[in-house]
Design a protein around this ligand. Sequence first.
Ligand code: NAD
Length: 512
Amino acid sequence: MFQNEPYADFSQPGNRSAMREALAAVRAEFGREYELRIAGARLKTAEKLRSLNPSWPGEVVGVHQKATASEAGRAVEAAAAFFPEWSRTSAERRAELLFNAARILRRRKLEFDAWLVFEAGKTWPEAEAETCEAIDFCDYYARQMLRLASLPELVQLPGERDRMVYLPLGAVVVIAPWNFPLAILAGMTTAALVAGNTVVIKPSSDTPTVAAKFVEVLLEAGFPEPSFALVSGSGAAVGDALVEHPLTRLISFTGSRAIGLRINELAARPRPGQMWIKRVIVEMGGKNAIIVDEEADLDAAVQGVLVSAFGYQGQKCSACSRAIVSEKVYDEFLSRLVSKVAAIKVGPAEDPDNYMGPVISERARQAILEYIEIGKREGRLVAGGAPQEAPGFFVQPTVIADVGRKARIFQEEIFGPVLAVTKARDFEHALELANDSDYGLTGALYTSNRGKIEKACEGFFAGNLYINRKCTGAMVGAHPFGGFNMSGTDSKAGGPDYLLQFLQAKSIAERL
Ligand code: NAD
């Protein structure tokens, strides 16, 4: 039976000291150079890419190669060349390798936590949750592949033997974001591999070290070197080449809406020599709402909104960026929220006393601060609103109240610690406001009223809806994850249907 990986409890002194040791060991590896990996070869390029520690941007976490379109093309060709061999490996063997990967990640859990703290700016608990999610993806997809490998039951026509088998597709391009540089990258990659595809991995240029470390896990687990390639570099430089290559069979992307839509468009156009319609999985942004009804447990609602809006600095696709609150409890909710926000400690991610770490980059910090300026004009600033004076990329947790539905900060994804709070006349109005979005990723409702819960289950248009709990923290196996509308193709990562997207079904009818 699949079970989610338990989180280490960092309030235990033993776990705290083990984590401090892991941080020190990882820090000692800062500045190391990592190579591209194509068909088992390790390659260097003339231009380098440096990933920084967002808490202390003077620190270079890793030095990486900056691939060009030519290396991207070679990586796809190598992956396509190895596909026939890898696709003939049995599903049982592929699953076994993935179980190995889960075991290795489990053994190296605190080390991966430490890389996430330093390269992605995650606090200890956020890093731990992500590494556990990566382990879950490996364990879960291995089991799902074993399930799919046994033939599904079909109607048997008289005088025939009727079967259906699932076949892998070919060379898969995985393009990953920086905000879950381990879990999302590992999830997309291992789903493709365990289904029998070969993979070209393109990590985010903000977090390539985590990807390089994960590739070590794949190798140690026994995945053959040519079954995957690692191509670091700027998305603009290699992205189009990977997507447009005629031998690319499927693109699995998680990231922003603009890039996801571009990929979808480019992939739709067949290139000379291309024999298939490329499959595209694009999981994109969100503008997620939590509805706080007058019949809610207000303390639970305040806590749920707080954690969903400011955990990992609001840089989760599932983060709450709109609180839609019944006018009957609006003022009370706001005052309780603001006093809690004022108590949030922001600072370097490696210090476990800080609840919030830095945002990912100076560019992100500037973009978030610009939205805060817009928000100050569109609503009433009630908490935060200023950059924090420090070398790191810090932004204070910010709450802007009385935001209208046409406001940009109500409609556009900010991807930082900025929460818009909006007043609703009644529950129907709240639901209408929540659905007033191009996105449809996550959402939550706090209420004790059963009728309202049923109405939300029916009418709250989000891929992942949560009742009386936060809207972040989807668990593999329990909360298959993916969004509606402009949030993506609703692929439901960590769910029982996910692997089917990396497979094609072949029906075989044999006259007896
Ligand atoms: P991004 O779109 O900037 O980058 C994602 C990846 O695409 C990176 O590896 C980047 O290098 C690459 N890329 C950039 N230009 C490209 C191009 N022209 N062609 C191909 N690839 C290109 O996104 P990000 O800033 O890394 O991530 C944040 C975004 O991801 C947010 O919008 C967030 O909501 C979204 N996200 C969504 C989910 C989900 O499951 N729906 C999960 C995590 C993050």
